[in-house]
Design a protein around this ligand. Structure first.
Ligand code: HPA
Length: 285
């Protein structure tokens, strides 16, 4: 790297701050595959394309629009990533997680992270929403994570702990929010893999044996970066397809299938997020 990570974070944050008229927000929302429409519900929105923000990578994936949106969502000031970048696109981990570092440096206190995922748990069906209660960071454990390399103590400790990556109080708010909206909320462990291939049946059976309920190609390293800096996290997976535990279980998954399921998931997620944001507001007043 030619400049330190801190410099890059500061340059990106300064740009976003200047472009968004120094608006204050404490909630940061990452919108996953096909779930970007939540950003359309933001009032007084200021949209900043990733291509303009210093050091940001650009999303190359269908279903990810690639802009940073600052606005009011259900009456709460938020910033949103409308589309994320993934490790499989070829970006280094520091860049995949740069937006999280920027959000932290701008004062974020809550991160709501969403993704599309394959359902490993046989109780789950397509269009279910799963509250992420824990994760298995498959590539992170093996060394592909944003904390590899020199540690900057200004960002977090050398050896952060991941005892509770997903905040217990936020999880309770999500459960209450789902109940209040008559949304069935599944719960489980999200396995983060690199992709971009959909997993083989044997790989999926391995993930199931390890305790995974859903599998996807994002999120876990964003959460590692967030927890490095003690940013509290709430996470949801939209189950877009059934992960095939044997080749004869049905047709193979496709990105189109993932995108088709998203419109059924988005309204449920929106209802839960709306309620959670009200809880957030209450907790701060
Ligand atoms: N596997 C990995 N990532 C995914 C899947 C899947 O089945 N569905 C949506 N994202």
């Amino acid at each position: 790297m030619t400049s330190s990570l801190i410099n890059r974070i500061n340059e990106a944050s300064d740009y976003v701050r200047a472009k968004s008229a120094d608006r204050k927000w404490r909630v940061f929302i990452v919108l996953g595959s096909g779930l970007g429409d939540l950003a359309k519900q933001a009032q007084n929105a200021i949209k900043i394309p990733y291509s303009e923000i210093p050091h940001f990578a650009q999303s190359t994936v269908a279903g990810h629009s690639g802009q940073f949106v600052v606005g009011d969502l259900f009456g709460v000031p938020v910033a949103m990533m409308q589309g994320r970048v993934h490790f499989y696109e070829g970006h280094p981990m520091w860049q995949v997680t740069l937006p999280i570092r920027v959000a932290q440096s701008m004062g974020a206190e809550m991160m709501i992270v969403t993704n599309a995922a394959g359902g490993i748990n046989r109780q789950f069906t397509v269009a279910d929403v799963m509250l992420i209660t824990d994760h298995i960071n498959f590539l992170g454990l093996a060394g592909n994570n944003p904390l590899i390399g020199p540690n900057d103590d200004a960002l977090g400790p050398r050896f952060p702990e991941m005892t509770q990556p997903y905040d217990a109080e936020f999880c309770n708010w999500a459960r209450q929010a789902a109940k209040a909206n008559n949304v069935t909320l599944r719960e489980g462990v999200y396995a983060g893999v690199a992709g971009p291939f959909f997993e083989s049946p044997a790989e999926l059976r391995m993930l199931r044996a390890m305790g995974a309920d859903a599998v996807g190609m994002s999120t876990v390293n964003e959460v590692v970066a967030a927890r490095h800096g003690k940013l509290r996290v709430l996470g949801f997976s939209g189950i877009t397809n059934v992960a095939r535990l044997s080749a004869d279980e049905g047709p193979p998954p496709t990105h189109e299938e993932v995108m088709e399921a998203s419109p059924k998931i988005a309204p449920k997620l929106s209802a839960i997020v709306q309620e959670v944001l009200q809880q957030w507001k209450l907790s701060r007043s």
